[in-house]
Ligand binder design. Structure first.
Ligand SMILES: Nc1nc2c(ncn2[C@@H]2O[C@H](COP(=O)(O)OP(=O)(O)OP(=O)(O)O)[C@@H](O)[C@H]2O)c(=O)[nH]1
Ligand SMILES: [Mg+2]
Length: 297
């Protein structure tokens, strides 16, 4: 896959503002995508947050493979990470957030009480990569459209406090980090919707997604697009055969959906766009891109 340049100037600014605002918060709520919790976790955030208590939120559990989400929850908990799983659309899991934040801030509150400071709401920064669902989660918790949301990255442009009574949440613009060495992780991130689509080559993303899907969810493509060809994976190192398979699948999707150029030629680039969009909206079923590393202990 090509190198994706995804660190525009406003992200450097967002990082600076985040580092300043961290001084005012009791805890950090880090949102990651339940379908790829490691690849969507921002290493910059761990570095900036220092020793502030952090609560991890797996978002979009409605789109993720339920077995993978259960495995991730168990894996994070084994490492002592405070973790909650939510679907901000239906509200599932959202009620666990405030108690988790109160637990995170309990130690600090106790120390403050000993110094005679009156209890006050927990202040938390809601942080994470673009489009992961930060503003949607805040709106769910608030029970109103307190923050602007949208189905593409880069919607929240500036920090904004939303006061909910027991907690005060700081909505922040999504931030990606300057470099992602692992190309598979970069591709999964792009498929998940964290990167602006106008800088992505959708056909290249399909060259990642189609073999991934055939390997891990063998029925998903056939069921969605009624593909007639039996999909057989070439060896991973055979780039030419992988590319040929990608092209063939895209041609078939194009024919199924009537995406044709002059002369009836399948418009594979449009089929690639459609496929990625349908993956992002869950039309191929509930898929997860990462599973917890197998423990050696
Ligand atoms: N299926 C599903 N979609 C979700 C969920 N949470 C958010 N979304 C959708 O994801 C898209 C992005 O949501 P936002 O809340 O704007 O994301 P954000 O993290 O604030 O994005 P930026 O402000 O751009 O960084 C919207 O289309 C939401 O409807 C979820 O749990 N499940
Ligand atoms: Mg937002």
């Amino acid at each position: 896959m090509q190198t994706i340049h995804w660190f525009p100037g406003h992200m450097a600014k967002a990082r600076r503002q985040m580092s300043e605002a961290l001084r005012w918060v009791d805890a950090v709520l880090e949102l990651v995508d339940a379908r790829l919790p490691l690849a969507s976790s921002n290493p910059m955030l761990a570095e900036l947050a220092g020793n502030k208590p952090r609560t991890l939120v797996l978002t979009r559990i409605d789109l993720a493979d339920p077995a993978a989400t259960q495995a991730w929850l168990a894996w994070f908990r084994r490492q002592g990470v405070e973790v909650v799983a939510v679907d901000a659309r239906s509200g599932a899991g959202v009620n666990d957030i405030v108690p988790a934040l109160e637990r995170a801030a309990a130690g600090k509150r106790r120390r403050e009480a000993q110094r005679g400071i009156r209890p006050r709401p927990v202040r938390a920064m809601v942080a994470g990569i673009p489009n992961v669902g930060k503003s949607s989660l805040i709106n769910r918790l608030a029970g109103r459209a307190a923050a602007k949301i949208g189905d593409r990255p880069g919607i929240t442009k500036a920090q904004q406090w939303i006061r909910l009574g027991r907690v005060e949440l700081l909505d922040t613009p999504g931030v990606l980090w300057p470099k992602l060495a692992d190309r598979t992780a970069a591709a999964a991130l792009a498929v998940s919707g964290a990167i602006k689509s106008d800088i992505l080559d959708m056909t290249e993303l399909c060259a990642y997604f189609i073999p991934f899907c055939i390997r891990h969810y063998p029925q998903a493509l056939c069921n969605r697009y009624q593909l007639t060809e039996e999909l057989v994976l070439p060896p991973a190192e055979d780039a030419a055969a992988t590319w040929a398979l990608t092209e063939r699948v895209l041609e078939q999707i194009a024919r199924r959906r009537g995406l044709l150029q002059a002369g009836g030629v399948p418009a594979t680039a449009r089929a690639a766009e459609l496929l990625i969009r349908e993956v992002q909206t869950g039309r191929l079923g509930r898929l997860s891109f990462e599973w917890p590393p197998v423990s050696s202990t």
